[in-house]
Design a protein around this ligand. Structure first.
Ligand code: MG
Length: 470
């Protein structure tokens, strides 16, 4: 992993032939817009790992103190119907980065260190779009869409990378009894392509702090010179949990609270740095989580609030996450937004704000949500496909959601041993009246059940799935 493996696209780019300059059916010329460019904002996306909807003060947690994230919400917009692309790490990240359902890139399963698969070369990430539009780009933190050199961030649109390429529990040091990781190296902490710790585990107590320092350095290096896109994908609060001494044993919520409170401190540092650099008013900062809480970890896992279940499941607790966006002067202050939105929408939204061209040769599942962020346009109808691996298990259209299969991973501590139930007829919930999915009303609304089954069927029929990445 010490030197780059230049992919076809990286080589094309080095030759000045970016993917968007390639001919696309129906387009006779280059896609680069000749229109004068509006000022491109800096974009910072803080993406935490396995934090549930209910784990933040302003989302109702009674004993975790998150003053900085709460302040972000007061100074910006807080979403209550915001979803991820998948309820586990790898596909969730694939959906965020490509704006597409993970099934389209084939990234439907959690990758492990020995997985040869990763982000396919022909997928276009939001970092690639923004880089082509003139942005400096950095990925700091957990990547988890491929750990082989060709899949690492520098081959997918990022100028700089510092972090660990998969989860923090996938090494012999962190899971000594798991045969899956017996012959694997210590958790690699990578800078660009270089493993900084070939012989020993990184001291995970300092990951949040190190990522924050790296993020500040990157912002300082680019402020006033180039617009930047910072993807700060924290390793925490994924189990095993670690907090530095300053936060350890401080939270009323115990270790999980310590870890979230350190992440909150990190958010405060980011906001502080933006202010110090004088770029606060030209920076969009987003905060969200990659999936719901890992409930099988008991006290070490978070909370989905009033949503049922968590990570791995297709219940709302797995897919519904906290999401806050702040941009002083552009995003109205102190608004709670109940519009439906997803992490896949950030692809088109960031591209639009950054004057980047959205590729037209492929299906982009997300849409531009800037009208709702700026409070000057309507939201769109909710439409959400909930996958478990590569199987479609649930769909939401408008306020209605059906499940044809479900699992309850909170009940098991061993990864993969999920009890699965099939539902024929499907379960039906009105997720606005009944966000906890407690009251199945399928027998009262047979027409809606049929309509949603049709939506599922049509989606399955039209879907072109990507080569499975394992
Ligand atoms: Mg996760």
């Amino acid at each position: 992993m010490s030197k780059p493996n230049y992919s076809r696209r990286a080589v094309l780019k080095a030759m000045g032939l970016g993917v968007l300059a390639a001919p696309i059916a129906g387009c006779s010329g280059p896609l680069t817009s000749l229109a004068p460019k509006a000022k491109q904002p800096n974009i910072v996306l803080i993406f935490v790992d396995d934090m549930g909807y209910g784990d933040i003060g302003c989302y109702g947690h009674p004993t975790i103190a998150t003053p900085n994230i709460d302040r972000m919400a007061r100074e910006g917009m807080k979403f209550t119907q915001f979803h991820v692309a998948s309820s586990v790490c790898t596909p969730s990240r694939a959906g965020l980065l490509t704006g597409r359902l993970p099934i389209r890139s084939g990234l439907t399963r959690v990758l492990i260190p020995q997985s040869p698969g990763g982000m396919p070369d022909d997928e276009i990430t939001i970092a690639e779009l923004l880089k082509d539009a003139g942005y400096a780009t950095a990925c700091i933190g957990k990547w988890h869409v491929g750990s082989k050199p060709e899949h690492l961030p520098l081959n997918h649109g990022f100028d700089y990378y510092f972090g660990i390429p998969y989860s923090n529990d996938m090494s012999p040091g962190t899971q000594p009894d798991n045969p899956l990781f017996k012959d694997q190296p210590p958790t690699p902490l990578i800078r660009n392509f270089t493993v900084t710790n070939p012989d020993k585990e990184p001291d995970q107590r300092y990951l949040t702090k190190w990522y924050t320092e790296e993020a500040s350095k990157f912002m300082k290096a680019n402020a006033g010179k180039k617009p930047f896109f910072l993807y700060l994908a924290h390793t925490m609060p994924h189990v095993p949990l670690f907090a530095s001494e300053k936060f350890r044993d401080k939270s009323l919520r115990g270790l999980y609270g310590d870890v979230v409170e350190e992440l909150d401190w990190s958010c405060g540092q980011i906001l502080e740095t933006l202010k110090d650099l004088g770029i606060d008013d030209n920076t969009l900062v987003g905060f969200t989580s990659d999936n719901g809480p890992w409930l099988g970890k008991k006290l070490d896992g978070g909370s989905g609030g009033l949503f049922y279940e968590g990570k791995v499941s297709t219940w709302e607790g797995g897919y519904r996450v906290p999401a806050i966006f702040r941009w002083p002067g552009r995003i109205p202050r102190g608004v709670t937004n109940t519009d439906f939105a997803t992490t896949m929408d950030l692809f088109a939204t960031f591209a639009r704000l950054g004057n980047a061209n959205i590729p037209e040769d492929r299906i982009i599942d997300g849409g531009d949500i800037s009208p709702i962020l700026f409070g000057n346009g309507p939201g769109r109808e909710a439409l959400m496909f909930y996958y478990f691996g590569d199987e479609l298990w649930a769909v939401r259209k408008g306020p209605w959601k059906i499940h044809v299969k479900t699992t309850s991973p909170a009940s098991v501590s061993t990864w993969g041993e999920w009890p699965i139930e099939e539902h024929d007829p499907p379960l039906l919930f009105h997720v606005e009246h009944d966000p906890s999915e407690k009251h199945d009303v399928a027998d009262k609304h047979p027409t809606i059940v049929r309509e949603l089954l049709d939506v599922m069927e049509q989606h399955r029929r039209n879907l072109v799935a990507g080569e499975p990445q394992r």
